[in-house]
Design a protein around this ligand. Structure first.
Ligand SMILES: [Zn+2]
Length: 159
């Protein structure tokens, strides 16, 4: 691993305390998701050792929202998740996360993704939406099936 590459830490990095070393960054408001005392302490320690807290730009957030819509992950991402992705995009860094949707969108943006167990993930998954009444499959999420009008639509793996 290159030493000068940024590592963008999602919450799991603070819980597990397993992540690459080197240049570390995370997003503003992540401390709201770090609830237990041990993780909070770890977060504070990392900050004193140079962990950067960065607020990504609106432009990057817009970009990653678009990318997340393309993979079908947008609906399950929190605002902090989107910030992690936006920061990964801005710093061209490794995204350190166990969140499946974050991993998926990162791969879609050609970012390196590392799980909090240290594993690298390589496979992108695209989602589709299936109407449970008539089985019509669409690539975009609809609140109502355009074919039969049913509201019972669920997410399926596209491949
Ligand atoms: Zn239908």
């Amino acid at each position: 691993m290159q030493a000068d590459v940024w590592n963008i830490l999602d919450t799991c990095a603070f819980f597990t305390q397993i992540h690459p070393t080197g240049k570390l960054a995370t997003v503003t408001n992540i401390d709201e998701e770090i609830i237990n005392r041990q993780s909070k302490q770890y977060y504070t320690n990392l900050k004193s050792k140079g962990l950067k807290i960065i607020e990504p730009s609106e432009k990057s957030l817009e970009f990653v929202s678009k990318k997340a819509t393309e993979t079908g992950d947008y609906d399950v991402l929190s605002s902090i998740d989107l910030k992690i992705l936006a920061l990964g995009y801005e710093l061209k860094g490794n995204v350190i996360s166990d969140d499946f949707a974050i991993q998926n969108v990162s791969l879609h943006m050609q970012l390196e993704i590392i799980g909090c167990n240290g594993n690298k993930i390589k496979e992108i998954r695209k989602w589709k939406y299936k109407c449970s009444a008539c089985n019509k499959i669409t690539s975009k999420k609809e609140t109502k099936c355009s074919f039969c009008g049913s509201k019972d639509i669920f997410r399926i793996k596209a491949k």
